[in-house]
Design a binder for this molecule. Structure first.
Ligand code: GRF
Length: 211
């Protein structure tokens, strides 16, 4: 059976969606870089092993990443899923897991990398916002995009309302992509994500519309 590891830093709602999806694989461990976060309790409630590696206990980013990589490798995972893991990873770490390291980001990349993406979208005045799942490469939020889900931005949206609608899509998109990977249908091929069985999606979405 395939094995995967999930890395979190907080609430863990994306982790929950992965653990509840009945993926064709077993979650070996959930690792958090912060103690006492809600996601750890949530994983434990689901009977999944958890581990805290507190980044504050390490002298350098390299030392933390080395400890994190060693713990992950102990489980020889096929897939490592970043799910709200709020640490910038060193190039060495990323290279070590390249091709089996995925992240979910709450924007339609390549726009709005980094944090506060819903606020960035509102300031920019975009009509469509959403989320992206991508292979992780050393470029922050810049790796090959695998799949995206879009939501319209409503005239009365604030950061919270827009964020809620994007998060609901994240919870659908990430397990779907993880499943593809664990089924062996998804690969990193050079600087592109390659998905076997992909079909063309027809039509287009115009936002706004006038009734
Ligand atoms: C999500 O919006 C995710 O896309 C981003 O951080 C947030 C984490 O939320 N990377 P949660 O911990 O999964 O609830």
């Amino acid at each position: 059976m395939k094995r995967y590891v999930i890395l979190i830093s907080g609430r863990g709602s994306n982790m929950d969606s992965l653990l509840d999806a009945g993926l064709p694989g077993a979650c070996a461990v959930v690792i958090s870089n912060r103690p006492d976060v809600a996601g750890l309790a949530s994983a434990a409630r689901r009977g999944v092993a958890t581990l805290v590696i507190d980044h504050r206990g390490f002298a350098s980013r390299e030392d933390f990443d080395a400890a994190l990589a060693a713990e992950i490798e102990r489980h020889t995972p096929d897939l490592v899923l970043l799910a709200g893991f709020m640490r910038i990873l060193t190039d060495g770490f990323v290279r070590r897991f390249e091709g089996r390291l995925l992240n979910i980001h709450p924007s339609l990349l390549p726009v709005f990398p980094g944090v506060k993406t819903h606020a960035q979208a509102l300031v920019a005045g975009v009509r469509l916002h959403g989320c992206s799942v991508h292979f992780v490469t050393p470029a922050l939020d810049g790796g090959p995009i695998i799949a995206q889900a879009a939501v319209p931005v409503q005239a009365d949206d604030d950061e919270a309302s827009l964020g809620r609608r994007v998060l609901a899509e994240e919870h659908i998109l990430y397990p779907r992509v993880a499943r593809w990977f664990l089924e062996g249908r998804l690969h990193l091929a050079g600087d592109r994500a390659q998905l076997a069985g992909e079909v063309a999606v027809g039509g287009s979405l115009h936002v706004p519309q006038v009734g």
